[in-house]
Design a binder for this molecule. Structure first.
Ligand SMILES: [Mg+2]
Length: 225
């Protein structure tokens, strides 16, 4: 787990074994002493709203080559940003890389499952009239399939066609603007520190990390809230 999250800049709460941060959201929506009130929740898709099915290590190895993948991984232990790596390449090499990524993502879609607890959480948010948004580095067709297959829609739902993508704060700030709310009235929920939490932190929203491996949920609150 990320030790740097205990830095004094953040106050945080650790809770063993929840599937989704229902209790935390309930506190945020009802606490009268909060200067900011929760108005909406933005979710990552893969590994957050859906059960992880994409073998990212295999995909990165196929795109970068195993040796190059190992080298970049050693340089950046916090995680490889495959889309960022590809952006430096020639158009032809980029096209092949995107084709490879699309193949892995298509295979993932074949086994798409909604994360246990996600539908219930969405129902809870609806009951509180809280908005639901989505930001993913996956493609729009994958978001469309998610909406269609599970009958739960998010709006706005920004895929990687929206530039710049996570961890840039632009998509999150775009959603705040579309909702006409302040960043400190929004929470970003995701399973990636380097993409979801980083995006949320840069935008100045609450962030919530879902860590399936460690079986825990971590809520990170900007100190000023
Ligand atoms: Mg994810």
């Amino acid at each position: 787990m990320p030790l740097f999250l205990s830095k004094a800049f953040f106050s945080f709460f650790l809770h063993p074994k929840p599937q989704f941060p229902m209790a935390y959201l309930s506190n945020l929506t009802s606490a009268p002493s909060q200067r900011a009130r929760l108005r909406g929740v933005v979710f990552d898709m893969d590994g957050t709203l859906t059960v992880p099915v994409i073998d990212f290590a295999a995909m990165y190895g196929a795109v970068l080559g195993e040796d190059e993948y190992r080298r970049i991984k050693a340089e950046r232990p916090s995680g490889v940003d495959i889309l960022h790596e590809i952006e430096k390449w020639s158009p032809e090499k980029q096209r092949k890389a995107y084709d490879t990524i699309a193949d892995y993502e298509r295979q993932g879609l074949d086994h798409l499952q909604i994360m246990p607890g996600a539908a219930e959480l969405c129902g809870y948010l609806d009951s509180k009239k809280l908005r639901r948004g989505l930001i993913t580095r996956n493609v729009k067709s994958a978001v469309d399939l998610f909406h269609k297959r599970f009958g739960i829609t998010f709006s706005p739902a920004l895929s990687r066609e929206f530039r710049p993508y996570k961890p840039d704060p632009a998509p999150l700030l775009h959603i705040c603007s579309a909702w006409e709310v302040q960043p400190n009235e929004v929470i970003m929920v995701g399973d990636s520190l380097k993409d979801d939490v980083a995006c949320g932190k840069r935008a100045g929203v609450f962030t919530c990390l879902l860590d399936e491996k460690e079986d825990m949920t971590l809520l990170i609150m900007p100190k000023r809230i």
